[in-house]
Ligand binder design. Structure first.
Ligand code: AKG
Length: 272
């Protein structure tokens, strides 16, 4: 296997690695190390089947049935489906499922159908963003927690007519929310990273609302400065893996036509 870097802050492509069969432990360790170092890995794997996709995920850790995305069903519940034809294009910056007590350690997304152009995915390194903060801001954030809430997505849809007040009420009542530190320590590297995102983070706990809103707005704008980002232009059959503990991502919703992705998220890690 060899690794080519694709971006200054994050992103690399793996070559000469076969993810569909029995991966030997040394290769698996090398893939895992590359994931930790580069945060986003691209492997071109056009023949990867959903079985092999799940099996590779399980080599990294326990895989989840996604909280809200539809899935392939019938033995393939762990493969969730993002189909733009069904309105599923995750086009707002987020880290996956941060409203859970234990968000996934990583996600593996396989491109099945792509539009003729557009639909790239942007990634940002939350550790590079943290490192670039001033010492004063780092001190200010230390010890603060933020509330992450799944119902925030329904609230946003409500504002644009995509959800009813009743659906919003149900989303609040579903109580899918959790407080996490604003600065999180990566369990493998020990590196600190910002852990707030505009999709799920509602507020910083204990701050006056206006202060919380302004601090979050600053952090979110800061986090996606181009020097912390990497943009992936997909080929059908690309498998992208991202370390969900040190990144945010969003899809550019700039395309006509259909974009269909299969995804597997790893909730427990075999390597921490
Ligand atoms: O479709 C993609 O490129 C990424 C989708 C996404 O945001 C996710 O799977 O969490």
């Amino acid at each position: 296997m060899h690794v080519t870097r694709l971006g200054g802050a994050l992103g690399a492509e793996l070559h000469d690695v076969e993810l569909s069969g029995d991966i030997d432990p040394a290769t698996l360790d090398a893939v895992h190390d590359a994931l930790i170092e580069h945060k986003v890995l691209v492997v071109h794997a056009p023949d990867l089947t959903p079985e092999q996709h799940m099996a590779f995920g399980r080599r990294l850790g326990e895989i989840e049935i996604h909280t809200f995305f539809p899935n392939l069903g019938d033995g393939f519940e762990h493969v969730s489906v993002l189909d733009s034809d069904h309105g599923n294009t995750a086009s707002m910056w987020h880290t996956d499922e941060t409203f859970l007590p234990h968000p996934p350690m990583g996600t593996l997304t396989h491109a099945k159908i792509l539009p003729d152009y557009g639909g790239d995915t942007l990634f940002a390194s939350t550790s590079a963003a943290y490192e670039a903060l001033s010492a004063n801001m780092k001190r200010y954030l230390e010890g603060l927690n933020a509330l992450h809430d799944l119902s925030r997505t329904t609230e946003l849809r409500l504002r644009f007519g995509g959800a009813t007040p009743q659906q919003y009420g149900e989303a609040i009542a579903a109580d899918r929310r959790f407080e996490h530190p604003v600065v999180r320590v990566h369990p493998v590297t020990g590196a600190k990273g910002l852990f707030v995102n505009p999709t799920y983070t509602r507020h910083i706990v204990g701050l006056p609302p206006e202060e919380s809103d302004h601090v979050l707005a600053f952090l979110l704008r800061h986090s996606v400065k181009e020097q912390f980002t990497f943009r992936h232009r997909w080929r059908v059959g690309d498998l992208l893996m991202w370390d969900n503990r040190s990144t945010m991502h969003m899809v550019l919703n700039d395309f006509p036509g259909r974009r269909l992705m299969y995804r597997v998220s790893v909730v427990g890690s075999n390597h921490d």
